[in-house]
Write a protein that binds this ligand. Structure first.
Ligand SMILES: [Zn+2]
Length: 438
């Protein structure tokens, strides 16, 4: 059924950052947007009309997630990174079954949807279970099965076998409706041999897969490799041809020198900026203002729930400009429209999906209804006030309804596609088992 949404405010998050008050969004029965604009200019329509008090905007895109780590949320807090991985996380992950991952992803999908995140980019293991969970939860994801070699992870087998398996999955499980896309991930340059990085980059190019990788998260993490090669990780990736893949998404990208930023701009490498994870783990502040100035595509991400710890992208939307302002001493750094473009248009661009991230005709009807009937949204005297309140005063608690491809998945603040009670019970029971086994 085609639907006409009539909202007090429609914020398409388009390049001009238009604000339509009131606005109309028409959705076709194929789950795509048919028309978006000011209500006064809306074309005649026979569609059923849904009237919304508040604001309608694109579904958010969380571009770097290890969502099934919801199973490990809270485990081993306040340890240094390496001890946390070696003593707490890897022993638990060694005991993960596909069913564990299914339920971790299911709980996370409900949390993401409830917070207005309609698309997540997933980097984890047991990708079939992740795909099944996303399919069942009604969310949208780019699942990037991860190639990784690290001490304690020998059970995953050699990188070449992992890559072969992941490529078979990518061939088998692409969803023609665009709801579930399969890409490929290299865990990181310092956790894989160089020939693995070369092969993953080449495979991504050959099969047009999103190539996802951690880069420069913490200072010195790849010091040994960089000393041996005599160049930075981005330079290594460029020389291996990894950055020539058509869509490269790098998570964190905190410690980039000027020539690395140039490399990013030249090769059109996108960034998944994870400000809260980077502050919590004392990783540093990515040079987002410098990236944007150079035209680099920047998106926002929560990182996994074992390191952040919730999947609330609204916190990232606000923290990103806050950190840039305190780091640069410039109160005009990352203005409101730019900040709100990062998880919407920026997220879609970062994953090379021109069907998401902006409300415009032809794109998919991934919609978030924000309830602005709240003290924090008062007063509104001009269009700019709506944008300012959304950035500086809103949170995921204001997300009221969510649609993915025109299908409603959150109604009045409740995720209607997931049995949340069962998901909580499954995750709790499985997390206890994993902790006891570790
Ligand atoms: Zn990560």
């Amino acid at each position: 059924m085609p639907t006409r949404f009539h909202a007090d405010t429609v914020l398409p998050c388009d390049p001009a950052f238009a604000v339509h008050r009131p606005g109309v969004v028409d959705v076709d029965d194929d789950g795509r947007l048919a028309w978006v604009g000011p209500a006064a200019e809306a074309p005649p329509s026979e569609a059923a009309v849904v009237r919304l008090r508040g604001l309608l905007m694109p579904g958010l895109v969380n571009t770097h997630c290890h969502s099934p780590m919801a199973l490990l949320r809270g485990a081993g807090e306040d340890l240094p990174l390496l001890r946390w991985l070696q003593e707490v996380i890897w022993p638990r992950e060694a005991g993960l079954t596909p069913e564990d991952v299914y339920w971790g992803m299911t709980l996370a999908a409900a949390e993401l949807l409830r917070g207005g995140v309609t698309t997540s980019v997933e980097m984890y293991f047991h990708s079939e279970a992740i795909i099944d969970a996303v399919r069942d939860a009604g969310s949208r994801a780019v699942v990037t099965p991860t190639v990784m070699e690290a001490p304690g992870m020998e059970h995953m087998g050699p990188w070449s076998a992992q890559l072969e398996e992941h490529l078979a999955l990518a061939a088998a499980r692409q969803d023609p409706t665009g709801r579930i896309e399969v890409g490929i991930a290299a865990h990181g340059a310092y956790t894989l041999p160089l020939e693995a990085l070369r092969a993953i980059g080449a495979a991504a190019a050959e099969h047009d897969l999103l190539a996802h990788i951690h880069v420069a998260e913490s200072r010195g993490e790849a010091a040994e490799l960089e000393a041996a090669e005599g160049k930075s990780v981005p330079a290594i990736l460029a020389d291996l041809g990894f950055l020539d893949a058509p869509r490269v998404l790098t998570a964190h990208a905190v410690w980039l020198a000027d020539d690395d930023l140039e490399r990013y701009a030249t090769h059109d490498v996108a960034v998944a900026h994870c400000p809260q994870s980077n502050t919590k783990l004392a990783s540093g502040i990515a040079r987002v203002a410098d990236m944007l100035e150079r035209g680099i595509t920047v998106s926002l991400a929560t990182d996994g729930p074992a390191s952040n710890n919730n999947l609330d992208l609204w916190e990232e939307i606000r923290l990103a400009p806050l950190l840039q302002r305190v780091a640069t001493g410039d109160a005009t750094a990352v203005p409101a429209a730019t900040a709100l473009s990062l998880p919407t248009a920026g997220g879609a661009a970062a994953i090379g999906r021109d069907d998401l991230g902006v409300l415009e005709a032809g794109r998919r009807a991934d919609l978030v209804h924000v309830d602005t009937d709240d003290l924090a949204f008062t007063p509104v005297t001009a269009d700019a006030d709506v944008v300012a309140h959304l950035l500086w005063s809103a949170g995921r608690e204001h997300v009221r309804d969510v649609w993915v491809g025109g299908r409603q998945v959150v109604a009045d603040g409740v995720c209607t596609t997931v049995d949340v009670g069962r998901a909580r019970a499954e995750v709790t029971q499985r997390a206890r088992r994993l902790a006891a086994q570790a």
